[in-house]
Design a protein around this ligand. Sequence first.
Ligand code: PEP
Ligand code: MG
Length: 326
Amino acid sequence: RQAQYRRLRSRPAMTKDGTDVQMLLNAGLLVDLPHLDESGAAGIGLFRTELQFMVASSFPKMSEQEQLYRQVLVAAGDRPVTFRSLDIGGDKVLPYVRALEEEENPAMGWRAIRLGLDRPGLLRTQIRALLKAAGDRELRLMFPMVTEVGEFLRAQAMVEREKTFLKRHGHPLPASVKLGVMIEVPSLVFQLDELFRVVHFASVGSNDLMQFTMASDRGNTRVASRYDPLSLPFLRMLKIIADKAAEHHVPITLCGELAGRPLEALALLALGYRSISMAPASIGPVKAMVLESDLSRLRARFLSRLEPGRPPGDLRHFLRGYSEEQ
Ligand code: PEP
Ligand code: MG
């Protein structure tokens, strides 16, 4: 199997009916970088910057952050990298941060962008490190756990302030700065028109979006596996996001664990997703699925099952049947 997947490495990720799929990598540490070349991924779709903070025993200094980001960009070369600002708080506790108290409901607590906006020194330092590391190339940065469009606008204003600061101090600025959000809180799905008017791109964090949509803790095995992402409510939600992104011409990626499972990834293609980001080990199996698929045959049949008034049947079963026919 592994050898078979390795042979696929240099083949373009294209379905039988000629649809290009951008296959990206989820990463977070230096040890992940060799996977870029090994897997043949088109770039890094999600760089989880909090991992550097989680393996450290004290806050990484700005220079250390900058150094890591630069190494990532060098390893990626011409391939795009999407950094995600710190997603700490909640279950991602940093022992050296006293302000992070125990919370009763950490997943819904003081985490990610919430913490970034309330303790702006932290986010400001990170933004400055990213802008400096990008040198004169493009910087792509997205913010996690955005719940209201206003939070994105505040983070965007912070980036603007940092750009002004660096310019005043004679630093080169990136060729362009592209800002986006993770769509992982259901409230954002009801603000897509407003959101897509202000972001350059977005990425669906299906792990969190699923846990909040189904009200089931992603880390609790009693409930986490109880609801199927390939079920009517969740697929409808993903379709709404894909359709709105297309309407607004905003590039959309999905970077939750879903994207790394072939059958789920097939559903994403049928829903209209053309960019997916996953763990390195998933690139081979998902690419094998992409190469085997004919979306022209699948799409209408699959989408009709999501419409109201039609019994959807077992959608996972339907997709499995389709993929076995291939
Ligand atoms: C997600 O929520 O789907 C996601 C990609 O982010 P994380 O798993 O780091 O929360
Ligand atoms: Mg998340």
